[in-house]
Design a protein around this ligand. Sequence first.
Ligand SMILES: [Zn+2]
Length: 89
Amino acid sequence: MASGMLDIHCKRCGSYVLSYWKEGTGRLVRMYFDRIQAARGEKEGICGPFPTHLTCPNCTHRMGTAVTPEPGRKAYRMIPGTFRRKKSE
Ligand SMILES: [Zn+2]
């Protein structure tokens, strides 16, 4: 599977959380902040002030932790088993 848009859902309650542009193949280990396409109308909540954790907007299940893998670039390190990914349509 090549690069493409993924929809990320909470594994616990199934809620849609956000969409992410993933480069290349393989597991989703990190989500770079500048490639997150927030849910409509929710960009402020998810992407506004950089939150320490990525949580499900519905059930507050924790799915990721904020990290700075490169200077000036932020990302969420995803917690394995907390989310489901689906190819976006
Ligand atoms: Zn949830």
